[in-house]
Design a protein. Structure first.
Length: 574
């Protein structure tokens, strides 16, 4: 048996061109396969949309048809909070008549391919073995496609290619490309400019002789200084901007709102400290780790301390320290975001993304070191032991590579399915300036599939900006009150105040259980009053007039014309 495993053999410097190209192509192929799996799932139903795309992409159809969503409070808000680069990117695509919602799936694949490329080359900066680059990229892709960030094609999807590019150029000490990536981060995902800045500052420090030492290289200070200047300039507009929908809600205010409780629309404050600080989606250090094999990356510092047992560790370059700096930066910003809650938005955004990148690359290097050490040991054993060892290596390798086959939810792209296509088609035929009022969950889909405005809905009830949410909260409370009030005058007044054109109801919506089991319980006292009224058998005016004023029925939903209700007299019943 040869004394070296051909796939793991340390190539002579410079890197073997053919091996490097082969594993690079295979790395991109993995991303392409996962992306195709996402597309295949999306093609199952024309009324599938990525969860967060319902917020961040629906309004961009204004680029193709400026008459859509006129004077729409919700569309205007999400347009105002979209980063400039993100907005400009989809605006440019719309110039070619490419629908932002539909093209976003292909954008996600493109972003995944770019992320894969930079991950591959970044790994080679740390351990110049093409196979290691492939393993790290494989694990990164499994991580990315096991979560819905990349598939959303929303601002945080752009984080991965841009930040990996920043890390790569930082390793290479390529000043201008590094500065460009910092600027692009500010245009697409500004929060991570802070992480990039922290990584730059930490690159001036070295751990030596159990002490922190600052570099004496003047060029390093110039490099970092240039990066920080670009970061400052790109973040300055955000610091000076006064939002029409602000200010940002404070932590003290959020603790008083049911929306941030464990039963609320935006769960944040958990009673369980472990869940709050570590695993919660918005407040936790590492909310999800759907690729457990990446935990092996935690062993990397230990393996590097024993080069005699793991000889390949000698070929790991000093650039690997960047992983530690990235982890420290992400965790540090996570802590700062908690201290300044919610000024820096959600704490988990800083730690989860940085740790996913760190663990994927660290795990690729760790697995390579372990595999090399096992192989070195095997070549000294009998043929029987070598055969057993090869079978075990092959089984473990197949288990890691075939992880998606063991996860029924892979790729986890967060598609949501609309259940009322006939209703969407009906609304799409109505004037573009109509306003729909509905307490059904289906209202979340009307802006995307019908391209018509809604007064309020769960998906758009985002409580981070006080000015925006006060309006949405008041709208929802007024809708609950009018929807279930027995007096026609109250319903008629609501229609006239907001200019409602249609209501959408569904089976069971006029029963008290519908309210008690829904997100509407966070809007009090209106919801409790509505439940009490229903329990007292007071029939809502909207319920009494639904049959007479219904203009369309489909998929279990009723579309009720508001102008018909306005024309009714107080004594009219169905």
């Amino acid at each position: 048996m040869p004394n070296r495993f051909i796939l793991l053999a340390a190539p002579p410097f410079p890197l073997n061109k053919h091996q490097t190209q082969f594993w690079f192509v295979v790395s991109l192929l993995v991303c392409g396969i996962y992306g195709w799996m996402m597309l295949a799932e999306g093609m199952k139903n024309p009324y599938l949309v990525q969860d967060d795309a319902r917020q961040h992409l629906f309004w961009m159809r204004r680029f193709i048809d400026p008459e859509l969503f006129p004077q729409d409070w919700i569309a205007d808000y999400f347009q105002s909070v979209a980063p400039a680069g993100y907005t400009g990117f989809y605006w440019l695509l719309s110039r070619f008549q490419l629908d932002p919602v539909n093209i976003s799936r292909f954008v996600a694949i493109a972003l995944g391919l770019i992320s894969s490329a930079y991950c591959y080359w970044l790994t080679l900066e740390m351990l110049p073995l093409p196979f290691t680059g492939f393993v790290s990229t494989l694990l990164l892709n499994q991580t990315l496609w096991a979560h819905d960030d990349l598939a959303s094609a929303t601002p945080r999807a752009f984080l991965y290619p841009l930040f990996l590019a920043f890390l790569y150029y930082l390793c290479r000490r390529s000043l201008f490309p590094c500065l460009i990536t910092v600027a692009l981060l500010g245009l697409f995902y500004p929060q991570y400019v802070l992480v990039a800045s922290a990584v730059l500052l930490l690159s001036l420090m070295q751990w030596r002789d159990r002490q922190i030492h600052f570099t004496q290289n003047r060029q390093n200070y110039l490099f970092v200084g240039a990066g920080l200047i670009v970061a400052f300039l790109v973040l300055l507009p955000f610091a000076l901007n006064v939002s029409d929908y602000g200010p940002t809600i404070s932590a003290a205010e959020a603790r008083q709102l049911p929306e941030f409780s464990t039963a609320g629309r935006t769960k944040f404050f958990y009673d369980n400290p472990w869940q709050f600080w570590l695993s919660a989606n918005r407040s936790g250090l590492m909310p999800t780790l759907r690729t457990p094999v990446c935990l092996v990356g935690l062993l990397l510092p230990l393996l590097l301390r024993f080069p005699k047992s793991f000889p390949l560790a000698r070929q790991v370059t000093p650039a690997v320290s960047l992983l530690l700096r990235l982890a420290i930066a992400g965790i540090g910003l996570y802590g700062l975001a908690h201290l300044l809650l919610f000024k820096l938005h959600l704490p988990s955004r800083y730690s989860s993304h940085s740790l996913r990148i760190t663990l994927a690359i660290a795990s690729g290097i760790t697995l390579t070191l372990l595999l090399d050490a096992v192989w070195r040991w095997l070549v000294q054993q009998s043929q029987a032991k070598q055969l057993v060892g090869l079978v075990m290596i092959a089984a473990i390798s197949l288990l890691i590579a075939g992880y998606p086959n063991f996860d029924p939810d892979f790729p986890h792209v967060g598609f949501q399915e609309g259940e009322a296509p006939e209703v969407y088609q009906f609304f799409a035929q109505q004037p573009k300036d109509i306003l729909i009022a509905s307490l059904t969950q289906e209202a979340d889909f009307f802006p995307t599939f019908a391209q018509r405005s809604v007064l309020t809905s769960k998906e758009y009830s985002v409580p981070y900006h006080r000015g925006y949410y006060q309006e949405i909260s008041q709208r929802t409370k007024n809708l609950i009150r009018a929807h279930y009030h027995p007096q026609l005058a109250v319903l008629r007044e609501f229609i006239q105040i907001y200019g409602i054109d249609f209501f959408v109801t569904e089976r069971g919506i006029f029963g008290p259980r519908y309210l008690s089991d829904s997100w509407l319980m966070q809007f009090q006292p209106e919801t409790e009053e509505a439940i009490a009224s229903l329990q007292n058998r007071q029939k809502p005016a909207l319920s009494r007039l639904s049959n007479r004023c219904t203009v369309f029925k489909g998929n279990g939903f009723n579309v009720v014309a508001a102008d018909c209700i306005v024309q009714m007299r107080d004594g009219d019943r169905d």
